[in-house]
Design a binder for this molecule. Structure first.
Ligand SMILES: *[C@@H]1O[C@H](CO)[C@@H](O)[C@H](O)[C@H]1NC(C)=O
Ligand SMILES: *[C@@H]1O[C@H](CO)[C@@H](O)[C@H](O)[C@H]1NC(C)=O
Length: 239
């Protein structure tokens, strides 16, 4: 399915990941294109979900994706698998070690478009929201309601610690981050969990879905790419 909202995650923290390979990734708004290390760049991406592949096969699958000619992958994170019990967050088990997955993507020259939800759909039960959320009195899922947003922020704080060293700017493969999933289809304003916009994670939020431009409260820049909108404007002259 098409994607909803993208963020450029620009971290200012110093990283240990591949700092020597740190690059730049930005948007040329005048020419409607992505700019990677100063050059116009187009991603050709496919979805590869680490949680649907045995960790022993991650490397093999990523090599195959690269061999098919892709230069990027889209990756959801599956909240319920990382936090099966409230407060017990796991990024260390072999099947849940996303740092390792992204490292393998990096080694195979695949950029990463990270899609951390919280709700991801992904044709999964409950969009991979943790089942235990529904036991919380008064919770309103996928909104700014306090119980929900507190649970999201606890997960996001941990998740962002994992991914921060892996952003492109820090020498890793992650070029963009998209929160939530096709949210404009709900017809209400998108909630943006604060860890993702707190100062140390300065972000540029970009809408990449549908023509329902009044449906979302945008932060920063808006880019539509549906055929009935301005697709012809999207994309610059590639080398
Ligand atoms: C993920 O795996 C790498 C080795 O590939 C390891 O260094 C790292 O500590 C693991 N992450 C966690 C959270 O255990
Ligand atoms: C982007 O949006 C954030 C959050 O609303 C805001 O604080 C920031 O100033 C914006 N940045 C630019 C360059 O407009």
């Amino acid at each position: 399915m098409t994607t909803a909202v993208y963020l450029l995650l620009i971290t200012v923290s110093v990283s240990y990941f591949h700092q020597s390979n740190a690059g730049t990734f930005s948007i040329d708004y005048n020419n409607h294109c992505f700019v990677k290390d100063g050059k116009p760049w187009q991603y050709i991406s496919g979805s590869v979900h680490y949680f649907r592949i045995h960790p022993d096969l991650w490397e093999d699958r990523l090599k195959r994706v690269r061999a098919l000619g892709f230069n990027a992958i889209q990756v959801y994170t599956a909240w319920v698998l990382h936090e099966p019990t409230s407060g017990k967050i796991d990024f260390a088990s072999p099947g849940l070690n996303i740092s390792r997955f992204f490292e393998l993507a990096y080694q195979n020259e695949l950029a990463v478009l990270l899609r951390p939800g919280p709700y991801i759909c992904a044709e999964s039960d409950y969009g991979m929201l943790p089942w235990w959320l529904v036991n919380i009195d008064g919770i309103k899922l996928r909104t700014y309601e306090t119980n929900y947003i507190n649970a999201v922020q606890r997960y996001y704080n941990r998740l962002l610690d994992e991914v921060k060293p892996l952003t492109y700017k820090n020498g890793g493969p992650i070029i963009m981050v998209q929160i939530e999933n096709e949210y404009s289809a709900l017809g209400i304003a998108l909630y943006v969990p604060s860890p993702i916009i707190k100062p140390k994670n300065t972000v540029i939020l970009i809408e990449l879905t549908g023509a329902q431009q009044n449906y979302i409260n945008f932060i920063n820049h808006t880019i539509y790419y549906y055929p009935n909108y301005n697709v012809n404007k999207w994309g610059c002259n590639l080398p």
